[in-house]
Design a protein around this ligand. Structure first.
Ligand SMILES: Cc1cc2nc3c(=O)[nH]c(=O)nc-3n(C[C@H](O)[C@H](O)[C@H](O)COP(=O)(O)O)c2cc1C
Length: 214
């Protein structure tokens, strides 16, 4: 039987640093991610918790340049539509100044889907809240995010897209729902502050405003 690992104060400080420096990254340098690092990230993501231990995450690694370009063009089009919406709210210029995806530059693209009918888990825990399968996939994305940052690899989550169109582009089974389209690569300039905060769009807010007691 293996003994329980002890996480000492130094580890806890480093873990806190990891959380503080995680960042959503859109600006990548040109270095490729070594294949063994990609495998390590996907293995780490697979350690995430899931309802009924269903492990409903399905990872699609983009290998085809034409598909990458099709995805980028799709997100550009959705982005232009979203920008038009901000014209009415008077934030159009600020919106256009944001870099909202790195789909053409990132060395790796990963689409994460949820299998809505996984064999594993035997349906446990989803009778009243079937969305738990999707939440499980989000835990895998976050685990991957932290594992990446710990290795100096940045991740950007792209969601200005039509999930049905992306599923069709990637030709996945009918029962799979898109959870996340991710850009992965080494950040151009790591930062402790979210990019949206640095650009004056939205800062982090105090915990006290988000904590309630009953
Ligand atoms: C579910 C989810 C979807 C997101 N989608 C986008 C997106 O489409 N475009 C974008 O620029 N950032 C996206 N982000 C990144 C957020 O803007 C970012 O997490 C937030 O500004 C806080 O910054 P940080 O992750 O660096 O702490 C997304 C993040 C999450 C968790």
């Amino acid at each position: 039987m293996s003994s329980t690992p002890a996480f000492d104060a130094r580890f806890l400080r480093q873990f806190d640093t990891l959380l503080r420096w995680r960042r959503d990254v859109r600006h990548f340098d040109t270095r490729a991610i070594p294949p063994e690092e990609m495998t390590a990230l996907l293995e780490a993501a697979s350690l995430a918790p899931s309802v009924g231990n269903a492990q409903p995450w399905r990872f699609v690694r983009l290998r085809t340049p034409a598909l990458r370009e099709a995805l980028a063009a799709h997100v550009d089009a959705e982005n232009a539509r979203a920008a038009a919406g901000y014209a009415e709210k008077g934030r159009h210029d600020a919106y256009r100044a944001l870099k909202l995806h790195g789909l053409r530059e990132a060395p790796e693209l990963l689409a994460v889907f949820c299998d809505e009918r996984p064999v594993a888990g035997h349906g446990l825990g989803i009778a009243t809240m079937p969305e738990m399968l999707r939440y499980s996939c989000v835990t895998a994305v976050h685990t991957l995010w932290l594992a990446a940052r710990a290795r100096g690899i940045g991740l950007g989550w792209v969601s200005i897209l039509d999930p049905v169109a992306v599923a069709a582009l990637l030709d996945v089974p009918q029962d799979w729902t898109l959870i996340a389209l991710l850009c992965l690569g080494y950040p151009e300039a790591p930062s402790e502050t979210p990019e949206l905060e640095r650009r004056g769009w939205q800062a982090r807010e105090p915990l006290a405003d988000r904590l309630f007691e009953r």
